[in-house]
Design a protein around this ligand. Structure first.
Ligand SMILES: Cc1ncc(COP(=O)(O)O)c(C=O)c1O
Length: 313
């Protein structure tokens, strides 16, 4: 088994050992949650939709007015170099996560306390998918339970959730509230008008009479896996609508599922303590998961179980 303490991290221009990748205690990320990030995963050691993730990274940087001092091609090259440096640690069957974390560096009021030159913090890590994926290994078959927390999604006119940032207190509150409602349940936040928005790290889809419905892309992060599901649905001749959805629609749906880059798609079998459809994992979900797996050459649910069997949660 690999020693993941040997991982090399891209840290503001250099590849350093994991133990030496240290952020200043005065970093904007720590002081203000002022940091942009991305999470991309691999299938069979090939990064999946890396260009889309990097496009969203640069869009988030632009929105937050962070100058990371790397052009998009330079960021991509740094990413590929970091993957290459770490690949020997990943045996066959064990995929990796690529994490990009970018802030504008230490806060200017405290610059006099820091060694020069000061620079933006740019971190690229290539980490084993153990954790997020192994913790949901059974959910592909058994499904997950969704609850509505009292925490609402933040309207985009106040703080735009289309940027993927580390300002995540509201998602954390939603997670804490969900855990009090039902242990291991998955919160889906409503927006200020009571429409479904998104989860704390996932988008949501409902299925009714063979048609897919997902919340409009205003008060949510426009997930890369959400887009991929819409593309797959088009290929499978399944209509998809981005529309306003209420908790009522969840209760009336035949099926529901969540999407995120780490685990791809997870079926929802219970909503607010009541079964979704017949309370079992539905055929549309199964078709989408299978199609995704075929596209990337990985049995996604089986891989999660194998990794869990080998590495634990
Ligand atoms: C708030 C939020 N919504 C949705 C998603 C899903 O996005 P993606 O499919 O790009 O992973 C994420 C992913 O982290 C997220 O943090």
């Amino acid at each position: 088994m690999s020693d993941f303490l040997q991982l090399k991290i891209y840290f503001s221009g250099e590849l350093v050992p994991l133990s030496e990748a240290r952020v200043s205690i005065f970093d904007h990320a720590l002081m203000l949650g002022d940091m942009v990030f991305e999470m991309t995963r691999s299938f069979n050691h090939q990064p999946f939709m890396l260009d889309s993730h990097l496009d969203r990274l640069h869009a988030s940087l632009r929105l937050l007015e962070i100058d990371c001092r790397l052009t998009p091609p330079q960021m991509k090259q740094a990413t590929l170099d970091t993957i290459e440096a770490n690949l020997p640690l990943f045996e066959e069957g064990l995929d990796y996560w690529i994490r990009h974390d970018v802030s504008r560096g230490p806060v200017s009021l405290l610059h006099h306390l820091l060694p020069k030159p000061l620079r933006p913090t740019v971190i690229i890590s290539v980490l084993p998918v153990i954790g997020r994926i192994t913790s949901v290994a059974d959910a592909y078959e058994n499904g997950v339970h969704v609850v509505i927390p009292s925490q609402r999604a933040i309207p985009s006119r106040y703080l735009d959730p289309k940027a993927k940032t580390r300002s995540r207190q509201h998602y954390q509150m939603a997670n804490l509230q969900a855990a009090r409602i039902e242990e291991r349940s998955w919160p889906v936040l409503l927006d200020e008008h009571g429409y479904l928005a998104e989860g704390t790290s996932y988008n949501v889809f409902l299925v009714k009479d063979g048609t897919l419905y997902t919340p409009e892309p205003h008060n949510i992060l426009r997930g890369i896996s959400r887009t991929y599901v819409m593309e797959m649905a088009a290929r499978l001749a399944l209509p998809v609508y981005e529309t306003k959805l209420e908790p009522y629609d969840f209760l009336m749906a035949d099926e529901a599922f969540l999407t995120a880059s780490s685990y791809t798609i997870l079926p929802v079998v219970q909503f607010e303590g009541r079964p979704v459809g017949d309370g079992k994992v539905g055929p549309v979900y199964q078709r989408l998961l299978q199609t995704w797996g075929e596209q990337v050459g990985v049995d996604i649910a089986d891989q999660a179980k194998k990794i869990r069997a080998k590495y634990g949660e």
